[in-house]
Design a binder for this molecule. Sequence first.
Ligand SMILES: [Zn+2]
Ligand SMILES: [Zn+2]
Length: 382
Amino acid sequence: MAAEIQPRPQARKPCLLSKIEAFQEVVTAAAIIPKEDGVISVSEDRTIRVWLKRDSGQYWPSVYHTMPCKFPLSVLMSALLLIPFSPSDSFTHQGRVAVVLFVLEMEWLLSTGQDRNFTWHCSESGQQLGTYRTAAWVSGLQFDVETRHAFVGDQSGQVTILKLEQDSCSLVTTFKGHTGNVTALCWDPAQRVLFSGSSDHSIIMWDIGGRKGTAIELQGHNDKVQGLCYASHTRQLISCSSDGSIVIWNMDVTRQETPEWLDSDSCQKCEQPFFWNFKQMWDSKKIGLRQHHCRKCGQAVCGKCSSKRSTIPLMGFEFEVRVCDSCHESITDEDRAPTATFHDSKHNIVYMHYEPTTGNLLTSGTDKVVKVCTGDDEFSTL
Ligand SMILES: [Zn+2]
Ligand SMILES: [Zn+2]
């Protein structure tokens, strides 16, 4: 049941364009302004700066402002670029505002705060339209304009799907798949796929358009996932983690779901009992073995029957994982062809922004540096 394999060279390799190093504090959010060839940044010290690129190729600050409180960048973007919106008039969150999303088509501003209230406002009038209490502090927010579904990812690890009306909302369902906080969400309206990233190092691709309830894991990070962006024209998912790694996933390949882990009292290959199976242990007087699981077939196996490791890219495992001996034999070199490329941003990423018109990628690190890189064909390291 080999899945469709489309090995193709990934043209996109991040290539460093410029660095902005003049920050006193860590930049918590930043965005590329494509038309102006500029960058807008928000730092931990609440300063907002707009940087414009000079002929020398370097970015210089042109606007500098200190905010009265910690507002996410998107509020400012909305206020500056899009709408006559004054955040201080309409924001009723207690405590810190966590995530804000401006929906131009609806003229809605969706927001969540530390108070666990998810609210949506009319961006024209500033009037609050509705509110919903979330289970935990929200760390990811996405919206589908066509069906008016909001995707709300929180610190408990679940994603809540809400259908929004003009002044009310209904709970559609919740997705539970992560063992850590949801740290990032990304919605692709064309394929109708939701990506969620987590502090458990994994990304889950929820195939909503497919209507079969498929959820595919993508394992390519060794640290907390910090950002997710989807480049629709190249069908690539860009993810980053706090250890500085950037993974570019080819989403043109068909991946499979990982199997459910089977429960067994004994190894499903050699039939040796696992250590908690006291009865069989006593009956056969053997020392129990530790239970492991083959990532490919999901069978419960002992260490001896699963001594080998393999990548299984078409199941989302870009790193070597435990497989049973028979699955190891069945995996061909072709099956092991990577479906993602790995890059090192050389700083510990706290925030990432992808600008689709230029294809440029911005990362902000704990080193107080903002890097802008491009997806050039030419190979270059960051
Ligand atoms: Zn065994
Ligand atoms: Zn197996």
